[in-house]
Ligand binder design. Structure first.
Ligand code: GLA
Length: 409
């Protein structure tokens, strides 16, 4: 009797825990971003130099480069699209020099390409570049975005907060978007200041987990830890893997693939790690003018499939040996994606086992190299000589992979 009732208690507790973790209410209930959003954003390469021309040419390039076919959808305008003052009736005024036909015309252009348009505002009195913010104007601004045909809002954290808390400011815009009459992905950008992974699931579809990214492998110490390099941002993700769910994603910031000081190997590592973390894949380079190598990184479908798959858990760090690390992510078809990361200088041999990454025991394993796009057979050990600042990335199946297609791929 004792045993039976304890067993019932354990089952009830487990059911409660899984209800807490997996009910739809745990993520913003707007039906959007059921997989991590994919697209492009102007900020990392263009900063304030935004225009209708840039956005439309980028939309064209997303089609011709194969990015759209690989799954990229959103074309996102970041800061500086506005005039410095609101109009007479309090509405936001796009800068007519940058957007001569307004935002609705750009949205229509992007929609004709089969893509979607994103825009940027701030949950304070001004944006980070000093343009009018949305605090106190949430309903008016959300309704305006909807009328223009906007599909995605990145909501930043600059300007005076007028005494409101973080959840108050971000919830006000969530509610305004919900009443706008248009489905709009809601991207919170409060830089991880108030641990959004602990409260933002019912508020936004994604939330930034850190300060701004920079196109460097390591944080430039002279820049006083701000903005941060790829490894620094990665280290801050290790504790967050339980916080994300379909519709509610950790956002370690937009991609720097192909930008700044990153080598192609570093860009490949950055892209692989962001995919394993179920991060939004928002390209931040000039996609109108990218090398074949960079294009191949951004459109690597084997890696994108890892990002877009929900196997019940975001990728996590399996092993940390300082200069080398192993990261893994369960996939919905029972395979596991694994990254062998060399953070240090000089090539190094890195290995792991099927058991260490959570695969069931089997006589043999099928190992797909997600950068070489080649399959091989293993008896339980995965290893590679990994170049400096690079990764090897595999997807591993116990037995053969036949008949185990990933849903949605
Ligand atoms: C903040 C955000 C960036 C970018 C800029 C724009 O720093 O974190 O991603 O949007 O503002 O001013």
């Amino acid at each position: 009797m004792m045993f039976a009732s304890r067993k019932i208690l354990v089952i009830a507790a487990a059911a409660m825990l899984s209800a807490l973790t997996f009910t739809p209410a745990y993520a913003l209930d707007n039906g959007l971003a059921r997989t991590p959003p994919m697209g492009w954003n102007s900020w990392n390469s263009f900063h304030c130099d935004v225009s209708a021309k840039l956005v439309e040419e980028t939309a064209d390039a997303m089609v011709t480069s194969g990015m759209k076919a690989a799954g990229y959808v959103y074309v996102n305008i970041d800061d500086c699209w506005l005039l410095k003052k609101r109009g007479r009736s309090g509405g936001l005024m796009p800068d007519p020099k940058k957007f001569p036909h307004g935002i609705a015309a750009v949205a229509a252009y992007v929609h004709r390409k089969g893509l979607k348009l994103g825009i940027y505002e701030s949950a304070g009195a001004t944006t980070c570049a000093g343009y009018p913010g949305s605090i106190g104007h949430e309903k008016q601004d959300a309704a305006q975005f909807a009328r223009w045909g906007v599909d995605y809002l990145k909501y930043d954290n600059c300007g005076d907060y007028r005494g409101e808390t973080y959840p108050q400011r971000y919830t006000a815009m969530r509610d305004a978007l919900a009443h706008s009459g248009r489905p709009i992905v809601y991207s919170l950008c409060e830089w991880g200041n108030e641990a959004p992974w602990s409260w933002a699931q019912p508020v936004g579809n994604l939330w930034r987990t850190t300060q701004d990214i920079t196109p460097r492998w390591e944080t430039d110490q002279a820049a006083n830890h701000y903005p941060q390099g790829i490894l620094d941002i990665l280290d801050q993700q290790a504790a967050l893997s339980a916080a994300s769910h379909p519709g509610a994603w950790n956002d370690p910031d937009m991609l720097e693939v192909g930008n700044g000081y990153l080598t192609d190997d570093e860009s490949r590592a950055h892209f692989s790690l962001w995919a394993l973390l179920n991060a939004p894949l928002i390209a931040g380079n000039d996609v109108r003018d990218m090398s074949q190598e960079v294009r191949d990184i951004l459109t690597n479908r084997d890696v994108i499939a890892v990002d877009q798959d929900w196997g019940g858990r975001q990728g996590y760090r399996v092993r940390d040996d300082g200069k080398t690390q192993v990261w893994a992510k369960p996939m919905s078809d029972q395979s596991v994606a694994v990254i062998l990361l060399n953070r240090g200088r000089g090539p190094v041999n890195i290995g792991t086992t099927a058991q260490a990454i959570g695969l069931r025991s089997a006589g043999s394993y099928t190992v797909r190299d997600l950068w070489k796009h080649a399959d091989s057979v293993s008896h339980g050990r995965m290893e590679a000589t990994v170049a400096t600042h690079a990764v090897a990335m595999f997807r591993v199946w116990a037995g053969s992979k036949g008949g185990q297609a990933t849903p949605g791929q």
